[in-house]
Design a binder for this molecule. Structure first.
Ligand code: LP5
Ligand code: MN
Length: 260
């Protein structure tokens, strides 16, 4: 049985980190003010800038604060989370302490009597072959177990190194047409996931290109909603960004969370 709700809010790619306090505060306000309107909240990955293991929470007042806020949200409203490419190491301990429910990626839910297929989106970027090879390796259980045995400061060092090498940062500097296409989801991957899940409405994040799409491949047609990333801390270099997708009986719409 897939979960069923009359209404829901979906967000992703908040990339929470102590160095982005305005973004974190907006998330805390969102939990308190926006979520009471709906029956369920879905966080579609990359809640954190990076996650190097649940044991890091003990020495991070910031992560403890996020944990506390989500626990208080999940005590009132059903809250789901699925892994992103930056926080796929979030484990059972953090999930349990926050009271969230971990969903597989991809998965299906019923909201407002319609079926929705949910994914983070990174697995759909199949033209980004380098990333897909990287993904296969870092999702191997044995490599993750080995990584988690490393001292915390080594793990943080590796994560920061991976972050600073990440292609998305290049994308902002060198946004050529072909580069952007490589970083986006492919129609073939979306079609395959929707066929597997027997759905025709897909919601994902990861690409930071929020928009609604009407798409098709052969005889298969679908709608795709992309969630935005959040960043209210760098207005000098990047446009402030924060939005969510609201699904309720009278339709689907993006919620601008910058001004509220
Ligand atoms: O995240 P974003 O949006 O910037 O870019 C992604 C892809 N980048 C990543 C890397 C993350 O940003 C950082 C992850 C931190 C995780 C912390 C824990 C690490 C634990 C390891 C556990 C075993 O996902 C980026 C995509 C982009 O999306 C668009 O889809 O292009 O991909 C890359 O930049 C990766 C390169 O393409 C391939 C790099 C190969 C490097 C090989 C190093 C192997 C290290 C093995 C780790 C132990
Ligand atoms: Mn991502």
């Amino acid at each position: 049985m897939i979960p069923q709700y009359a209404s829901a809010l979906l967000i992703s790619d908040l990339h929470l980190t102590p160095s982005m306090p305005l973004t974190a505060q907006r998330f805390f306000d969102f939990c308190e003010k926006e979520t009471p309107k709906v029956e369920a909240v879905f966080i579609l990955g990359d809640l954190f800038e990076y996650w190097v293991g649940d044991d890091a929470v003990i020495s991070s007042p910031f992560q403890q604060e996020v944990q506390r806020i989500i626990a208080s949200l999940a005590a009132k409203i059903k809250t789901y989370y699925l892994h992103g490419n930056r926080d796929f190491l979030i484990g059972q301990s953090f999930i349990q302490k926050t009271g969230m429910t971990l969903l597989p990626d991809p998965c299906s839910v019923e909201i407002a009597q319609q079926k929705w297929v949910l994914a983070h989106g990174d697995a759909l970027c199949t033209a980004d072959v380098g990333y897909q090879v990287f993904r296969i390796w870092v999702r191997k259980t044995w490599l993750q177990k080995l990584f988690l045995t490393l001292p915390l400061n080594w793990r943080k060092g590796i994560a920061q190194h991976l972050r600073s090498n990440s292609h998305t940062q290049d994308q902002q500097v060198c946004s050529s047409e072909s580069n952007l296409r490589k970083m986006d989801v492919t129609r073939e991957a979306c079609a395959a996931v929707l066929r597997d899940q027997s759905g025709n409405q897909l919601i994902h994040g990861h690409t930071h290109l929020p928009r609604q799409h009407e798409e098709s491949l052969g005889t298969q047609a679908w709608q795709r909603w992309v969630l935005s990333d959040w960043d209210l801390d760098h207005p000098e270099s990047l446009r402030p960004r924060a939005s969510g997708l609201l699904i309720e009986g009278n339709g689907v719409r993006y919620l601008d969370l910058i001004k509220n």
